[in-house]
Design a protein around this ligand. Sequence first.
Ligand code: CDP
Ligand code: MG
Length: 153
Amino acid sequence: MERTLIILKPDTLHRNLVGRILTRFEDKGLRITALRMQWSSREQVERHYEVHRGKPFYDGLVEFMTAGPVILAVLEGPQAITVVRNLLGATDGRKAAPGTIRGDFGLDQRMNLVHASDGPETAKTEIELFFRPDEIVTYERATDRWVARPDGK
Ligand code: CDP
Ligand code: MG
């Protein structure tokens, strides 16, 4: 079982797509184990996107990510990190495959609706950046045994 961090970016909220996008993750079978709304500070966004500092798109990205509220969530499931990245699709909505979230809802490279951790290390760091341990809720759903087999084979 893996955990990954997602951020529904300000364009998702400004476009009233929160419910529909969260539904995509629920439909897949992923479990929401933490959920919060906030208007991120510049400092928090800069820390989150530290790896991109200095790139041509960095300043615009920080401006965008502080231009409205976001929804933060931790999703849990087998190979959740890869599964969620695949649900998002390519970074640029114009190139993302139809059927993916960015492919279905986006037409922009910056305003691409959702962030998701890209590996086990970043998932751990990003979850710790945005959530305290006591904000992550461990539970089982009655449907879990109909979603994935515990051994995963
Ligand atoms: O989010 P993802 O991992 O797919 O893309 P990234 O390459 O890690 O870039 C982080 C974010 O910066 C993207 O999700 C876009 O919002 C933004 N970006 C941008 O504004 N212009 C680019 N040329 C590339 C990325
Ligand atoms: Mg990335």
